[in-house]
Design a protein around this ligand. Structure first.
Ligand SMILES: *[C@@H]1O[C@H](CO)[C@@H](O)[C@H](O)[C@H]1NC(C)=O
Ligand SMILES: *[C@@H]1O[C@H](CO)[C@@H](O)[C@H](O)[C@H]1NC(C)=O
Ligand SMILES: *[C@@H]1O[C@H](CO)[C@@H](O)[C@H](O)[C@H]1NC(C)=O
Ligand SMILES: *[C@@H]1O[C@H](CO)[C@@H](O)[C@H](O)[C@H]1NC(C)=O
Ligand SMILES: *[C@@H]1O[C@H](CO)[C@@H](O)[C@H](O)[C@H]1NC(C)=O
Ligand SMILES: *[C@@H]1O[C@H](CO)[C@@H](O)[C@H](O)[C@H]1NC(C)=O
Ligand SMILES: *[C@@H]1O[C@H](CO)[C@@H](O)[C@H](O)[C@H]1NC(C)=O
Ligand SMILES: *[C@@H]1O[C@H](CO)[C@@H](O)[C@H](O)[C@H]1NC(C)=O
Ligand SMILES: *[C@@H]1O[C@H](CO)[C@@H](O)[C@H](O)[C@H]1NC(C)=O
Ligand SMILES: *[C@@H]1O[C@H](CO)[C@@H](O)[C@H](O)[C@H]1NC(C)=O
Ligand SMILES: *[C@@H]1O[C@H](CO)[C@@H](O)[C@H](O)[C@H]1NC(C)=O
Length: 632
């Protein structure tokens, strides 16, 4: 193993991260674990800017919590070694925003230590400095996943993941033929082939880096601002800093309205969607059409089919040009809207706007529909960028919990919030809860854990399956958070969480068993503290837009493309427009042999990029343990 890793180290210029891994012995005491997690997380924040010296040192921005881009190599021992070896420090907004939000929540709703204002403010500064949309000539809180840097060629600010680009650049300086010969000699042809494939696809990846701002980072930032508003007496400086850096929140609400997916309207700017979205969303859309209901949903990207025609040439490009709906993004948007209203960050009147009201209500109905239908059988498409189902459940439950908390204290400030609360409540308490309880894997009677997919698709030298459970800690923590957030309420008077009186025993038992596991193992070093909190939308067979039917295929100038087998390059629009009848759709599915079922990410031998943040695993685990500890 060591020699494989070294080979990759030298030739593919990758860095193995070892920091941040706990080597502490188990402690039964939850508070002790929480304190250790708190210290671990604090030490994972970059406290100064670090200049890149490619390929040996990656750029780090002050205030960021580490997350790494990795490739999901899986299968043979060589492939698992490559998975361990490959990791590129990535300065995105998402991981840091979530770590910061969880620090605040674990302190407020749980028994976690109080983070310092300095720790929180460093992250706010980091987000403000780099992630607001710079291509708008007005103050805005439209956020981007990666920093935008001015590009002379494009005459625009372009999304720039500096470390990924530096890594790509350095591959052009290497004499690869010599490398391949060396690898062949060492019997590592498999690695040589993988490198060849990676190099062939590098231009394609570089293209995908040019992403527009998105409603996910935008919503998560809004959610963070609302948490800080709620905690203004505890974190006055951070709260004021956030508000001073986000002084035009109408930019968010105007954006949500302008870019919402409206399949039934005739507006061709926004009535067309990614073919993969249509595949999983169509039952919901067909149902709405049958009941004569209109639909408006939050999209992922802040770009429509008019924008793309100019922005494409400025290096601002939705991957595959056509917008999509990712239900995790939808869940974060619900939270941002809900909590910004509840905390008074924005006025309740925003919900009087019929367009916002519609997006708010339709998004919650759609989320409930997806929970009830097992994501229409396609979690790989519905959770487009965030493959974790447990994370999605938790994101949904956060909105419900805030509505419950206010409902119990003073009542909700707007009628429509009751509708959203009861829609989410029904889905979370029935199907979601049953699913989470069912998925628990018991080891004995006292301990239960959850696995997603990372590290569970490998074979050893004897071709025997092995499960490394690399996302076990993360998934278990998320499952606990989903259940606790759904079935407890926070009492502002006592400062404690309380189980709802009708909480089923199965919920309490599952939570307790999962907490036991997490407390035992989170810092024991037996499992990687990994996650796939984010990923490329393309994750192997069945996840490409080209595999699904489209009824709109045209050049940017509107000319229809009739030869569907010819690839015309990037300047085309291919998507599903409006809502079609199922007969037509089924015929198209058959004609192009579209994949109907999802068999898990380990079934397909293909690798794909995913984003892993150890700090995020630790902080959501701290949230799980500290809130459990605070249930009265
Ligand atoms: C801002 O940009 C828009 C569109 O690009 C333009 O119409 C407008 O004049 C600009 N406003 C200012 C104040 O520069
Ligand atoms: C990558 O290489 C290009 C062309 O040589 C250069 O303009 C760019 O600054 C480099 N980017 C990074 C991040 O090193
Ligand atoms: C706030 O954002 C809106 C766009 O949603 C823009 O029209 C307005 O000019 C911005 N206001 C300020 C003060 O920049
Ligand atoms: C449409 O959805 C509603 C609520 O989700 C459900 O009650 C109804 O049965 C569905 N109709 C069809 C035809 O599936
Ligand atoms: C939907 O609208 C059509 C035409 O306007 C009407 O014929 C039909 O009865 C309506 N269906 C429902 C369920 O309201
Ligand atoms: C979407 O929301 C609007 C306004 O609240 C409502 O009229 C419509 O029926 C909703 N659509 C669905 C599918 O629930
Ligand atoms: C949900 O769908 C996934 C993937 O298609 C499948 O593996 C799983 O068994 C389904 N779960 C239920 C409860 O039907
Ligand atoms: C299950 O429990 C046994 C005994 O405590 C332990 O040795 C084993 O590692 C546990 N398995 C897992 C997957 O945690
Ligand atoms: C490894 O096992 C799988 C079934 O699990 C089998 O299909 C495959 O042929 C085996 N490969 C080798 C090299 O034995
Ligand atoms: C539209 O663009 C395509 C591809 O560039 C070109 O072949 C076609 O002639 C154009 N049509 C019109 C009407 O300009
Ligand atoms: C279904 O849609 C197709 C394509 O728009 C159309 O040709 C066909 O007549 C429709 N069938 C039904 C039953 O509405």
């Amino acid at each position: 193993m060591v020699s494989f890793t070294n080979v990759i180290f030298v030739f593919v210029l990758l860095i193995v991260h070892t920091e941040g891994k706990g080597h502490l012995k188990n402690k039964d005491d939850i508070r002790d674990t929480v304190q250790k997690l708190f210290d671990t997380i604090r030490n994972m924040q970059a406290t100064r800017d670090t200049v890149a010296i490619p390929p040996f040192k990656y750029a780090e921005f002050r205030g960021v919590y580490e997350s790494d881009v990795k490739l999901y190599f899986h299968g043979s021992p060589v492939e698992s070694a490559m998975r361990y070896g490959f990791g590129i420090w990535d300065n995105n907004m998402f991981a840091t925003a979530w770590v910061t939000s969880c620090l605040l929540e674990a302190y407020h709703y749980g028994n976690a230590p109080k983070p310092s204002e300095e720790q929180i403010m460093m992250s706010i500064e980091f987000m403000y400095k780099n992630y607001h949309n710079k291509n708008l000539n007005y103050t805005n809180s439209i956020m981007a996943f990666w920093p935008q840097l001015y590009d002379e060629g494009y005459q625009a600010y372009v999304s720039t993941p500096v470390n990924l680009l530096a890594m790509f650049n350095s591959t052009y300086l290497i004499d690869w033929d010599t490398v391949y010969q060396e690898l062949d000699k060492a019997g590592l042809t498999e690695i040589a082939t993988t490198i060849q494939h990676l190099l062939r696809t590098r231009e394609g990846y570089a293209h995908v880096f040019h992403i527009p701002p998105d409603f996910d980072d935008t919503s998560v930032n809004l959610g963070l601002g609302s948490l800080l508003k709620d905690l203004i007496t505890e974190f006055p400086q951070s709260s004021v800093l956030w508000q001073s850096k986000n002084s035009n929140l109408s930019s968010v609400f105007n954006g949500l309205k302008h870019y919402a997916y409206r399949p039934n309207g005739g507006d061709r700017r926004v009535n067309t969607i990614d073919t993969r979205t249509y595949f999983y969303m169509r039952r919901f859309l067909e149902n709405a059409t049958m009941e004569n209901k209109s639909v408006a949903l939050v999209t992922t990207w802040v770009q429509d089919l008019v924008d793309i025609k100019t922005e494409y040439f400025k290096g601002i490009i939705t991957p595959s040009n056509v917008n999509n709906v990712d239900i995790t993004v939808s869940a974060n948007a619900l939270f941002g809207i809900t909590n910004s209203v509840l905390t008074g960050l924005v006025t309740t009147e925003v919900l009087d706007d019929p367009e916002i009201e519609q997006i708010y209500v339709n998004t919650s109905t759609m989320i409930a529909f997806q929970i009830h239908t097992n994501f229409s059988g396609r979690p790989d498409l519905a959770l487009t960028y965030y493959p974790s189902v447990m994370e999605f459940y938790w994101f949904v439950s956060r909105t419900y919990a805030q509505l419950q908390r206010r409902h119990r204290a003073t009542g909700l400030p707007h009628e429509v919030m009751y509708t959203v609360m009861s829609t989410l409540e029904e889905a979370l308490r029935t199907t979601m809860t049953e699913d989470v309880i069912k998925q628990a894997v018991y080891n004995g009677t006292e301990e239960a854990y959850y696995d997603d997919f990372l590290g569970d698709g490998d074979k050893d030298e004897n071709n025997k399956s092995i499960r490394f459970g690399e996302d076990r800690l993360y998934t278990t923590g998320m499952a606990i958070n989903a259940l606790i957030t759904t079935w407890t309420y926070y009492d502002d008077n006592t400062g404690h969480l309380h189980w709802h009186s009708d909480t089923p025993d199965g919920v309490k038992k599952t939570v307790s068993a999962a907490v036991t596991f997490l407390n035992q193992h989170i810092l024991s070093g037996e499992y990687e503290p990994w996650n796939a909190f984010f990923s490329g939308s393309f994750k192997g067979h069945g996840t490409s837009w080209s595999e699904y039917p489209a009824n709109r295929y045209e050049f940017f100038n509107g000319t229809k493309i009739t030869d569907i087998h010819h690839y015309y390059g990037g300047e085309t629009i291919r998507g599903m427009e409006g809502v079609v009848n199922e007969t037509w759709y089924q015929e198209e599915l058959k004609a192009r042999h579209s994949p109907i079922d999802f068999h898990g990410f380990n079934r397909d031998p293909e690798y794909f990029p995913f984003w892993c943040s150890e700090a995020y695993t630790y902080v959501i685990s701290m949230l799980a343990l500290s809130t459990y500890d605070n249930i009265a």
